[in-house]
Structure formats: structure tokens, C-alpha cells
Design a binder for this molecule. Structure first.
Ligand SMILES: Cc1ncc(COP(=O)(O)O)c(C=O)c1O
Length: 490
């Protein structure tokens, strides 16, 4: 396809296909029902020598690709956390694709940089971030769009590491140390409920990271942090970084930012806040109590590509002092220099790769085409539906709710062995009717039911519960009462 007329034709067909896909997504099994290696049996093992026909490609999309797709936007998909999807976002991303700029410096595409700075300020205000995080705010802060929360944590950790090393070297009276003397002494902290990407960031950054115990509500508290810092300082280590979580992956628990933050402030520790999923909820003022203590954060991240209807990838990261991040990753090759350098933002200094997409376009489209109010409605509906599911779970004495339902996640389990719960989950996913995943919460297997798609309605929640109850009945019939299996009696 080389001319724009053919693109117009095919483009219309593709938009039609996409709209049809969304309209009928409910008919497809939410979890792909294929075995590993299925695709190599359906498509050739080398690329075509001559162009393939469009019709043949689209036939293969339906016959070969779609059976192997897990449909994250299905109203019956209740696994992980949501991935954003919406028509405004898709349209914005189409435009980004066609512009195709790589906005690593301001001059490489000024609109790419400037729109990002503006929408990050819009977003920061929407979620109630302190002014210091905003580009237009009182301080030296600003926001950047990263690909993922994992990258945001890594970037924050690496920036904190460089900042602390510089400080230690500056304070060294003899001036005979270098960074490699300091590095082995640095220590970072997170909780046993933090996402695996936090541990991974430490591995990549060659940083000693301690995973500290969370409390009975799965929150990271000041006491645990204070104790660890005292132990480490006694060993001559240098505490420098804390990663707190708002909305943990396992059960959507919220760390106590006030307690952690007060300690971090006193100890000169960078506090990064990972609110990958929950951050979107803060656009609703009634959920902002969950981010109490945010003024202590050095950096804050959430993923509009989770609950905010923006398609992957779009992870929003703010820092209170952009110099911390820019200095940490600063290299200056000749070919990237430009005449406005130093006066404008060059986002290449804010991230790990050089290249970057025009991701702010899809975010801008979403913010403008929904407006804050419709996004707030979306969050409230997701939370409301989770509470509906919670009521259904509570109505059946064979089940228990494992942790408090705060946003769109319900953690629950059968009041029997982990093994029985695992069997139930397998049966749920084998059914092809709904899709869920499990979590291991302090050694206990729990089922996670998440409201994911924007098209999930009460009827889907009720349907999911019927599936879960029906499969529980079948398990009981096959293996005897689930109540009796392990002697559980309530
Ligand atoms: C709390 C938390 N942090 C980080 C992540 C990782 O997100 P990403 O895929 O954007 O790296 C997740 C994923 O669900 C999460 O729940």
C-alpha cells in the first residue's frame, strides 16, 4: 500500500473492524483458549516475498490472531488491573503514529514536548498533587510520560542514587572517595506488598533493597521503616530511597505516606510513590484521603493506562525537582545539541531510552473528549461495581473477603484450603466465561476479582458471580462439601 487513496479505503475498513470488535467483544472468551505454539501452525515461518493481499491478512487476523488474543477490554475480564481503552485514546494514538516524530529534544518536535508538559500539569491538578510537582507551580517540579510504572520506579531510584552519591561526595572532608566507594553503602526500602517491579528496579540499579513487613492491613508503616533505618545506620549503611505504594497489586492496600514521609524528610530519603493503579481514583476528591501525606513525596507516579481510559502505554511521573532527574541521566552528544538547549525541556534527560513517542496526544484527546467529570463517573462506577461484587461474596457463607474493598478490586477466597481455591480458579479460567488471576497474600492464596473494562455493567458482575458459584457447586459435588474438605465450618 503506497498511495493515500488506498490507505483511506483500508483505514475505513480497519476503523469498521475495530468498532465491530469492541461491539462484539463480549462474545469472545476473555482468556485465549490456545496452547503454546498454536500460531506457528497457522501462519508461514518466513515473510512473504511479494506483498500479501489485504483481504488475506484480515482473514488471518480473525482466524489466526484473534483466537490467541486475551481480550483485556471484555466486560468479563477481571484479571490483573485494568488496561485503559477508549475511542478518544485510539484516535489520539493514530495521530501520534502518523506524525511519527521522536521527541527526544524540544527541537526534535516542539509540540511533542510542550503538549506533554501542559497535559502533565492538567493531570497533576486533576489528581490533587501539591503545586511543587507542577511545571507551572511554585517550585522546580514537573512531569513526564514514561512507558510504565516499572520505568518510573527505576528512573526515580536511579535519580535518587545519583543525588545521594553526589551529596555524600560533596560532604566528604578528605575528598578521596568516588561513587564506587559510596554505592555499596546505599540502602533502599519498600514493603513486602510492593510490586515486583520495585525489586527489579533495585536489581537493575545494583542497589541493596530491603522488603519490610507490612501491617495487618497490608500497609507499609513508619515503625517498620524506622526500625530498619536504625539497624542499617548502625551498620554504617546509608538509607536513601523508599518506595511506597498506593493501591498494592495484591489487595489494593495503601501505605501510610504521612508516617513514612515524616521519617524520609528527617533522614534525607527520597520517597517515591507508586500509585500505578489507584492514582486515577484521586481525580475524585472523595478518594484523596488515600494519598494523605503526598506532600512528603519526592516523586509520584500513576498509570493513566490503567483506570483512566488511556491506551497502553502512558505512565505519568512527577518529580518535585526536575534537576534531580535531569542531572542523573545527563549525557550530551554533539548531534543532539540545539540552540534552545538549557532553556527548554529536553525529555531525553528524563528517561532511559533516547527515543520517545508523542504519547501526550492520546492523553490530551482523552482529557478533552471525556472531560474530568466523565472520567470521575467512570472511576465511581468501577468502585461501585466492586462493592456490588463484594455484597455477592458476603451473601455466600462459603466465601470470605480477604481485605477491605477500597477501589475496584475484591480479594476473596473460599474458606477452605489454598489447594481448593486454586482448583476453583483453574475451573473459572478453563470455563472461558470470565478471567481472573490470584495473588499470594502473606502466604495465603486469594482470588482477585477486578472491575476492568469500562463496558462492565452490573449484569456482568452478576454473571461472574453465577459462574463462580456454579463452579464452586460443581467442585463440591465432585469432591464433597467445600466446607468439609479441610474441616472449615463457617
Ligand atoms: C502497584 C503497581 N506498581 C507497578 C505495576 C507495574 O506496572 P507497569 O506495567 O506499568 O510497569 C503494577 C501493575 O499492575 C502495579 O499494580
Amino acid at each position: 500500500m503506497t498511495d493515500s487513496n488506498e490507505f483511506r479505503e483500508r483505514g475505513k475498513e480497519m476503523v469498521n473492524y475495530i468498532a465491530g470488535y469492541i461491539d462484539s467483544i463480549e462474545k469472545r472468551p476473555p482468556l485465549a483458549q490456545v496452547e503454546p505454539g498454536y500460531l506457528s501452525k497457522l501462519i508461514p515461518n518466513s515473510a512473504p516475498q511479494k506483498p500479501d493481499q489485504w483481504e488475506d491478512i484480515m482473514k488471518d487476523v480473525e482466524q489466526a490472531i484473534m483466537p490467541g488474543v486475551t481480550h483485556w477490554d471484555s466486560p468479563n475480564f477481571h484479571a490483573y488491573y485494568p488496561t485503559g481503552n477508549s475511542f478518544p485514546s485510539i484516535l489520539g494514538d493514530m495521530l501520534s503514529d502518523v506524525i511519527g516524530c521522536i521527541g527526544f529534544t524540544w527541537i526534535a518536535s516542539p509540540a511533542c514536548t510542550e503538549l506533554e508538559t501542559i497535559v502533565m500539569d492538567w493531570l497533576g491538578k486533576m489528581v490533587g498533587l501539591p503545586d511543587e510537582f507542577l511545571d507551572e507551580g511554585v517550585g522546580k517540579g514537573g512531569g513526564v510520560i514514561q512507558g510504565t510504572a516499572s520505568e518510573s520506579t527505576l528512573v526515580s531510584l536511579l535519580a535518587a542514587k545519583m543525588k545521594r552519591i553526589r551529596q555524600v561526595l560533596e560532604e566528604d572532608p578528605d575528598k578521596n572517595k568516588d561513587e564506587y566507594d559510596v554505592l555499596p553503602k546505599l540502602v533502599a526500602y519498600t514493603s513486602d506488598q510492593a510490586h515486583s517491579s520495585v525489586e527489579r528496579a533495585a536489581l537493575i540499579g545494583s542497589i541493596r533493597m530491603r522488603s519490610l513487613p507490612s501491617d495487618d492491613e497490608n500497609a507499609f508503616r513508619g515503625e517498620a521503616l524506622q526500625k530498619a533505618i536504625a539497624e542499617d545506620k548502625a551498620k554504617g549503611l546509608i538509607p536513601f530511597f523508599v518506595c511506597a505504594t498506593l493501591g498494592t497489586t495484591g489487595c489494593c492496600a495503601f501505605d501510610n505516606l504521612t508516617e513514612l514521609g515524616e521519617i524520609c524528610e528527617k533522614e534525607n530519603i527520597w520517597m517515591h510513590v507508586d500509585a500505578a493503579y489507584a492514582g486515577t481514583a484521586f481525580i475524585c476528591p472523595e478518594f484523596r484521603y488515600l494519598m494523605k501525606g503526598i506532600q512528603y513525596a519526592t516523586s509520584f507516579n500513576f498509570n493513566p493506562h490503567k483506570m483512566m481510559r488511556v491506551n497502553f502505554d502512558c505512565s505519568a511521573l512527577w518529580v518535585k525537582d526536575e534537576a534531580d532527574i535531569v542531572h542523573a541521566f545527563h549525557v550530551d552528544p554533539f548531534y543532539l545539541k540545539h540552540k534552545h538547549q538549557g532553556v527548554v525541556k529536553d525529555y531525553r534527560h528524563w528517561q532511559i531510552p533516547l527515543g520517545r513517542r508523542f504519547r501526550s496526544l492520546k492523553l490530551w484527546f482523552v482529557l478533552r473528549m471525556f472531560g474530568i467529570e466523565r472520567l470521575q463517573d467512570h472511576v465511581r462506577k468501577q468502585v461501585q461495581l466492586a462493592h456490588e461484587f463484594e455484597k455477592l461474596v458476603l451473601s455466600d457463607s462459603r466465601f470470605e473477603i480477604v481485605s477491605r474493598v477500597i477501589l475496584g478490586l475484591v480479594s476473596f477466597r473460599l474458606k477452605v484450603s489454598d489447594e481448593q481455591n486454586e482448583k476453583l480458579l483453574k475451573a473459572i479460567n478453563d470455563s472461558g466465561k470470565i478471567h481472573m488471576v490470584a495473588a499470594n497474600l502473606k502466604g495465603q492464596f486469594q482470588l482477585r476479582f477486578v472491575i476492568c473494562s469500562a463496558s462492565t455493567e452490573l449484569k456482568h458482575v452478576q454473571f461472574a458471580w453465577e459462574v463462580i458459584q456454579g463452579l464452586t457447586d460443581s467442585l463440591e459435588n465432585k469432591e464433597g462439601s467445600v466446607h468439609n474438605l479441610n474441616g472449615a465450618n463457617s
